[in-house]
Ligand binder design. Sequence first.
Ligand SMILES: Nc1nc2c(ncn2[C@@H]2O[C@H](COP(=O)(O)OP(=O)(O)O)[C@@H](O)[C@H]2O)c(=O)[nH]1
Ligand SMILES: [Mg+2]
Length: 231
Amino acid sequence: MVAFDQPIVIAGLVLSLVAVIIFVVLSAVGKKQSRNTILLLGVNDAGKTSLYTLLRYGKVASTVTSMKENEGTWNVENKIMELVDIPGHARVRYRYTDFLPVSRCILFVIDSTTISRQVRPVAEYLYQLLAQHTVQTQRTPILIVCNKSDMITALPVSKIQPLLESEINRLRSTRTAAVEKQASETDEQEAFLGYEGEDFKFEHLDNNVEFEQCSVVQNDIDKVTQWVVSV
Ligand SMILES: Nc1nc2c(ncn2[C@@H]2O[C@H](COP(=O)(O)OP(=O)(O)O)[C@@H](O)[C@H]2O)c(=O)[nH]1
Ligand SMILES: [Mg+2]
């Protein structure tokens, strides 16, 4: 029989409670701090590896198409971040999902000069990313980096954003129809992106999704750096 009215027992209970609270708080803080990875995603040729090199080494270097991810540290404003450049090839890009739990933010790089022609594969990649459970629950901030703004053929952000929104809208309607057809076979249902009954808009998402244009070859990436530091 335990005597709950004895001071020593009460003190013991209080101490264990305090220990549990401290443990819970510390592990929550630790989890947040451990999210210092910045993911560089996007289809092939967008400029991910060029941006990775520029951020890490401060200079542009020629890149080679690789099937392996690049990983390394980046010191910015006294913070040490982990940069991960995931190859855009459809067969290997799924590996980015391993990094989502530790991702602080995502730089989704697109080539502004080819986006009109490439909007379908780019929107498919982006859709898949936005529908990830971890991206939704952690509300991972995403910057759509509209690269190659030095080229005369580069589309401005004001055109790129609505282009992607209408393509995601199209993808969403075909996917919803497909999911409804299969609903009886699988329980797993993909979260609906945006508001039902309304055309898709990035601002309907819980995530902070922003756009910036930049030129990696001209070392014009200040807006990208500022965004990373601010989120
Ligand atoms: N004009 C222009 N070309 C760029 C820029 N950034 C990258 N590139 C070129 O785009 C090509 C693909 O770059 P890369 O970094 O390998 O793309 P990745 O496949 O996304 O890693 C290379 O030829 C780069 O030199 C840019 O800002 N402007
Ligand atoms: Mg690359």
